[in-house]
Design a protein around this ligand. Structure first.
Ligand SMILES: Cc1cc2nc3c(=O)[nH]c(=O)nc-3n(C[C@H](O)[C@H](O)[C@H](O)COP(=O)(O)OP(=O)(O)OC[C@H]3O[C@@H](n4cnc5c(N)ncnc54)[C@H](O)[C@@H]3O)c2cc1C
Length: 360
C-alpha cells in the first residue's frame, strides 16, 4: 500500500520537479477527483439512484438488456471493445488509455447509459474508486468538463495498440456531449476530526486507507477491527479480482496494524450491518472512542455515516482523521483540474514542511 506522498517523494528524490512534472500531475488527478466529489456529493447519490433505476429498467426493456449483455459479455462484434471487456473481467485492470476508449465506445458507439458502464468498471476494477471512476466516465461523456467529450478514434486505437486493433468503420464518428437534468451544487467539504480523544481508543480499518500505522502513529489503540464494504459498490455481483484485491489489501493493513501497535486486529469481514459489529466490538473492548481514516464519498462513507448515529446512541464516538495531503489538495479541487494543477508546487512545499522529514 503506497501513499501519494511516498510516490511523490520517491519520484522527486530521483528527478527534478520540472522533469517529473507530468507524472506528478497524474498522481494529483486522483486527489483532484476525490476532492471534487467531496465538493459535489450529489453526483454520487444521483449516480447510485440512476444505476438502481437502470438495473430495474434492464429487467423490463429487452432491447436494452440485450445490448447491455452483449457489451459486458464481450459480444458486441467490435473486436477491441470485446477484448477489453474480457480483459477487465479477467484481470481487474485496464490501462488508462483503454479505459478512455472503452468508455467512449460504450457511450457514443453503443449508446448505452454511462452509469451502467461506470457500474461495470467499478464492479471489476481492482483500483475501482467512486471518485476517479464515476468522474472519469462523466468526463468522457462531457458531463464533467461541460461540453468537452472524448471520442475514441480508430486511428488512435490502431496506433497505440501497435496495430493489434483497427476498428475502422465500426466506431461513432461524433461524440455529442451528454446532458443531465440535475444541477449539482458545490458544497463545503465534509468535516474530519482534527482532535482525537484523550481516552482509550480502538481502531477501525477499512478499504479506504491501508496505512493505519502511519496515519495513527501518535495513538496507542488497544484493539482493532476491519470491515469491508466492497459489496456496497453495486447491487450486482462484484468481480472476483476486485473483491480479492480489497480483501488482500485490508488483510495486509490488518496484519501491519497488529504488528505495529502490538494489538489484536480482527481479520476483515464483509457485513451489511456495521452498526451492530462496531457497537459489539467497542463494548467487548470497553472503549467509548473508535478512530478511523476519513472516508471520502463512497460505500465506506455511507456505512460510516449510518454507524455513527447508532454508535452515538450507545455513547460511542467515531473519529475520522484525514490525511494532510487531502487537506491540502481537496480545497483546490472544487472546479477544473487546472486550479489544482497551479497549486501543486505550493502543496509540495507545504507537505515538505508538515510531513517532513519523510517527504522530499
Ligand atoms: C473511464 C475511466 C475510469 C477510471 N476508473 C478509475 C478507478 O476506478 N480508479 C482509479 O484509481 N482510477 C481510475 N481511472 C483513472 C486511471 O485510468 C487510473 O488511475 C490509472 O489507469 C492507474 O494506472 P497506474 O497505476 O499505472 O497509473 P499511472 O498512469 O502510472 O499514474 C500514477 C498514479 O497516478 C494516479 N492517476 C493517474 N492517472 C489518473 C487519472 N486519470 N485519474 C485518477 N488518478 C490517476 C493513480 O493513483 C496512479 O496509480 C479511470 C479512468 C477512466 C478513463
Amino acid at each position: 500500500m503506497l501513499l501519494e506522498t511516498e510516490v511523490l517523494d520517491a519520484v522527486l528524490a530521483r528527478f527534478a520537479p520540472s522533469t517529473a512534472e507530468k507524472f506528478i500531475q497524474e498522481v494529483f488527478w486522483r486527489g483532484y477527483f476525490k476532492g471534487w466529489l467531496e465538493h459535489h456529493p450529489s453526483v454520487w447519490t444521483s449516480y447510485r439512484d440512476d444505476v438502481s433505476g437502470l438495473l430495474e429498467r434492464l429487467n423490463a426493456d429487452d432491447e436494452l438488456r440485450q445490448r447491455y449483455d452483449q457489451a459486458v459479455q464481450s459480444k458486441t462484434g467490435i473486436v477491441c471493445f470485446d477484448a477489453w471487456a474480457h480483459e477487465l473481467v479477467e484481470t481487474g485492470y485496464l490501462h488508462n488509455h483503454t479505459r478512455m476508449w472503452f468508455a467512449s465506445i460504450w457511450i457514443f458507439t453503443l449508446q448505452l447509459p454511462w452509469q451502467l458502464g461506470a457500474d461495470f468498471f467499478y464492479r471489476h476494477l481492482i483500483d475501482g474508486d467512486p471518485a476517479s471512476n464515476t468522474l472519469s466516465w462523466r468526463w468522457v461523456g462531457g458531463l464533467h468538463t461541460k461540453g468537452k467529450t472524448y471520442l475514441a478514434r480508430p486511428n488512435n486505437i490502431e496506433k497505440f495498440t501497435k496495430d493489434r486493433f483497427a476498428p475502422h468503420g465500426q466506431l461513432a464518428a461524433h461524440a455529442p456531449p451528454l446532458s443531465e437534468a440535475t444541477a449539482h451544487s458545490r458544497q463545503a467539504i465534509g468535516r474530519a476530526d482534527t482532535t482525537l480523544p484523550g481516552d482509550t481508543v480502538a481502531l477501525l480499518l477499512t478499504e479506504e486507507d491501508g496505512r493505519p500505522e502511519e496515519l495513527f502513529s501518535d495513538l496507542q489503540p488497544i484493539a482493532g477491527i476491519s470491515l469491508l464494504a466492497t459489496e456496497g459498490r453495486s447491487s450486482l455481483p462484484i468481480g472476483e479480482r476486485a473483491s480479492a484485491f480489497a480483501l488482500a489489501a485490508v488483510s495486509d493493513a490488518t496484519q501491519r496494524a497488529s504488528r505495529h501497535f502490538g494489538i489484536v486486529v480482527d481479520a476483515p469481514v464483509e457485513t451489511d450491518d456495521w452498526d451492530a459489529k462496531l457497537t459489539a466490538f467497542a463494548q467487548a473492548n470497553g472503549v467509548k472512542s473508535l478512530v478511523t481514516a476519513y472516508a471520502p464519498v463512497g460505500p465506506v462513507a455511507e456505512k460510516l455515516a449510518k454507524a455513527k448515529d447508532s454508535l452515538a446512541r450507545h455513547g460511542i464516538s467515531l473519529f475520522e482523521r484525514r490525511r494532510e495531503y487531502d487537506e491540502l489538495a481537496w480545497p483546490h479541487a472544487s472546479r477544473g483540474f487546472f486550479a489544482l494543477k497551479k497549486k501543486i508546487p505550493a502543496i509540495l512545499e507545504d507537505l515538505q514542511r508538515s510531513v517532513a522529514p519523510r517527504l522530499l
